[in-house]
Design a protein around this ligand. Structure first.
Ligand SMILES: O=P(O)(O)OC[C@H]1O[C@H](O[C@H]2O[C@H](CO)[C@@H](O)[C@H](O)[C@H]2O)[C@H](O)[C@@H](O)[C@@H]1O
Length: 250
């Protein structure tokens, strides 16, 4: 059966979806933050942390960031705010005000060695080591895309319990049994998320498991930008996401 891709909706129209008590799950890069040349180069609008803090109250605490980034990086970008977060594609979890929990993950030593060897030959490649994942970024060397993908696939091939994700100018090797969908499902069993309608906003392939999870719970998926998606709704870019979030406060 052919399913038409969702067309772009205005933030005002999307805010109508929040009529019932909702639990809001937000991806970070490409959704809250405009993409930048390197992971460290991201600059958030100065008003964003304050707005997320107010939204956390507006949703009675049922707001979480669900990201491929480690929780420590999310905290650093959003300081002094410490929201409920799932980091590194679900390998890290932290309820607001609670301790950081790191899930058991497979060793990625062989993958790390292969990524480091590539980066040693081209300083434009950026290796990001995380708990339960390793990212090889080629945004500054786009002609290296195939080399990065082939090298990471080969290094991960014989490793049990890992999978390779091809995201936006990045190849990530991560724990196969952990993803954003699983993190959202786990949060939805906990207070204050339980009993609410989950809404997830995300932009990348790694967010598709999150869209599947919210749909399975009769919730709503909103895809940021173009690209094939399971989400039922689409919004143009992070600026439009910020406008939607501002409207939810009013
Ligand atoms: O799940 P997300 O919050 O969207 O995180 C996905 C990855 O985002 C980061 O990489 C991406 O953003 C960088 C900064 O804009 C960009 O330079 C890179 O090309 C993108 O792939 C982050 O560095 C990764 O760890 C996340 O997994």
């Amino acid at each position: 059966m052919h399913v038409s891709p969702p067309s772009f909706s205005s933030p005002a129209d999307l805010s109508d979806l929040f009529a019932q008590p909702s639990a809001l799950f937000l991806d970070f890069d490409g959704t809250l933050a405009e993409l930048a040349s390197t992971p460290d180069a991201v600059v958030l609008p100065p008003s964003l942390p304050g707005m997320l803090g107010m939204l956390q109250q507006r949703f009675d605490g049922a707001l979480a960031i669900v990201s491929g980034r480690p929780v420590a990086q999310l905290d650093a970008f959003l300081a002094p705010l410490q929201l409920t977060c799932a980091g590194t594609h679900g390998a890290e979890r932290r309820l607001a005000g609670g301790p950081l929990v790191q899930m058991p993950v497979p060793s990625l030593t062989a993958v790390e060695a292969a990524a480091a060897a590539l980066a040693a030959r081209d300083a434009r490649l950026v290796v990001e080591r995380k708990h339960g994942a390793l990212a090889l970024h080629y945004r500054q060397a786009p002609e290296r895309a195939a080399l990065c993908l082939d090298t990471m696939r080969a290094a991960a091939h014989d490793l049990p319990g890992v999978t390779v994700l091809h995201g936006k100018m990045v190849v990530e090797v991560k724990a196969a049994n952990l993803d954003k969908g699983g993190a959202i499902r786990d949060f939805m069993h906990l207070s204050p998320f339980a009993g609410r309608i989950p809404v997830f906003i995300g932009d990348d392939v790694t967010d598709e498991s999150g869209f599947a999870a919210v749909h399975a719970a009769q919730g709503i998926g909103i895809k940021v930008g173009a690209g094939t998606t399971l989400a039922g709704y689409r919004i143009s870019d992070p600026a439009a996401v910020h406008l939607l979030l501002r409207q939810l406060l009013n």
